[in-house]
Design a protein around this ligand. Sequence first.
Ligand code: TXA
Ligand code: MG
Length: 356
Amino acid sequence: MKTERITVKDRLHPQDEELKKAAELLRNGGLVAFPTETVYGLGANALDEEAAKRIYAAKGRPSDNPLIAHIADEAGLEPLVAQVPEAGRKLMKAFWPGPLTMIFPKSSLVPHGTTGGLDTVAVRMPSDPVANRLIALAGVPVAAPSANTSGRPSPTTADHVWEDMNGRIEMIVDGGPVGIGVESTIVDVTGPVPMLLRPGAITMEMLRDLLGEVEIDPAIAGPMSPDAHPKAPGMKYRHYAPKADMTLVEGEPEAMAAEICRLAEESLRQGRKVGIICTEETRHRYPEELTAAARVRSMGMRSKEETIAHNLYAVLREFDEEETDCIFCEAFPTAELGQAIMNRLTKAAGHKIIKV
Ligand code: TXA
Ligand code: MG
């Protein structure tokens, strides 16, 4: 299949003319990747089971892993859900459109092919102008997982999507790099107490400020045992993973950097290709002899964690391109956006964490 690529000239003000063909493809069962404020999504008509099947095939994704239905406005929600619990209403009002996905009991309109067989449906209303307008023009809810091959880091640019999806989908809409860089926060509002299933830019602190009590799916915290059942089925896969063997090092900045230097030198002596992930604030702790032999990359500024989230997946992909054998990465505090950052890094490292 030939994948068409179109570029939106002004991503804040997309023209209907630019998105018309993409919308038509979506309506007619095609696969179209598009930017959202979190990561690029791989879209298909959420009400069309055959289209959902094509998403799973293009990504190489297990079909028990449900998809998020994306809507353009609040009116798009009612047909998809059996009921909107009170917590859901509050969250919608506070954070939609935006990087928040909610789990609702599904209506009969939503096929089980979209929900991985579940009787619940994940719904999100993106704020990105290209995503929002495209969904509105399509006139159908759009199922969209991250537009990466299953198991690879999520795409934050159209080039990342191209690497994974060229030849597998009808179209890529290039709207430039995304803003946030990690996937949406997922909250299950079907139970008596709302539960965080995946941390994101809408932080636990923000959720608790609004709702009071919020639980955390235990699957977020620790390594998953093979028979565990996280509430968001996607959380059980070794997701977000670079090809290299990755280790996270946690501790005070000085001790953390010293341990990373030691580990990196050891691996270099074994003839391995070594990558180090640091930050602007800690970069100076890696001596020149080491940075000459290993690839040291800063993910952004600790004092501005949005920059870390923004660059996280791109840095992992760069190490893939360079065929790095092992990556040593600094850890982050888990408050606010740090919770999402550490969740993705921990998974990328397959839960390999050294505490110093
Ligand atoms: O930011 C995002 O959410 C991006 C952009 C494209 O919108 N999409 C995204 O989709 O991250 P995906 O498919 O990569 O991740 C969806 C996650 C998976 O972990 C899946 O298991 C969970 O949402 N999920 C979907 N439907 C669910 C449901 N009914 N109950 C529990 N978890 C669900
Ligand atoms: Mg994904």
